[in-house]
Design a protein. Structure first.
Length: 146
């Protein structure tokens, strides 16, 4: 079951990235459809957050348990792998989801300018905090099962 949740979390990253790019295009060009796109983006992001929090608190290899296993938060900060999973990934993703949520509110009020810039920052945060396959020590495959 746990492996399936990791795969779902991994697949949803692509859904979020695609919807985020579409929402950005719609917000910058003021094209129709932003209401639906922003709603699907919001739902996908929050489901992914819940899956990620489950993994963070229930995985012995990465996440919350690393603090105890490595002997404290100071040791986590010295280890780039542990720091990424315990601090950087979760912090950036939560902040990005907060921005996506706020942008959804702006989109509902048709404040496309504010929504678009929140989406830009959210996209930058997500791209910087995803464990891409080319990142040493923290890499995850492009698609689940690869």
């Amino acid at each position: 079951m746990y492996t399936g949740l990791v795969h779902l979390h991994n697949v949803l990253r692509w859904v979020i990235l695609i919807l985020l790019v579409i929402a950005l295009f719609q917000a910058f060009t003021k094209k129709g459809g932003l209401q639906k796109t922003s709603l699907f983006l919001l739902i996908s992001a929050h489901i992914t957050l819940l899956l990620g929090l489950f993994q963070y608190f229930n995985n012995e290899a990465v996440g919350f348990h690393m603090i105890e296993r490595l002997g404290g938060f100071g040791n986590v900060m010295k280890d780039s792998f542990a720091r990424f999973w315990v601090v950087e990934h979760i912090s950036a993703m939560i902040l990005a989801i907060v921005l996506i949520t706020m942008a959804r509110g702006r989109a509902k009020k048709q404040n496309y300018s504010a929504a678009s810039w929140m989406y830009v920052v959210a996209l930058i945060l997500i791209l910087s905090a995803v464990p891409w396959p080319f990142r040493e020590a923290i890499a995850r495959p492009w698609f689940p099962g690869m």
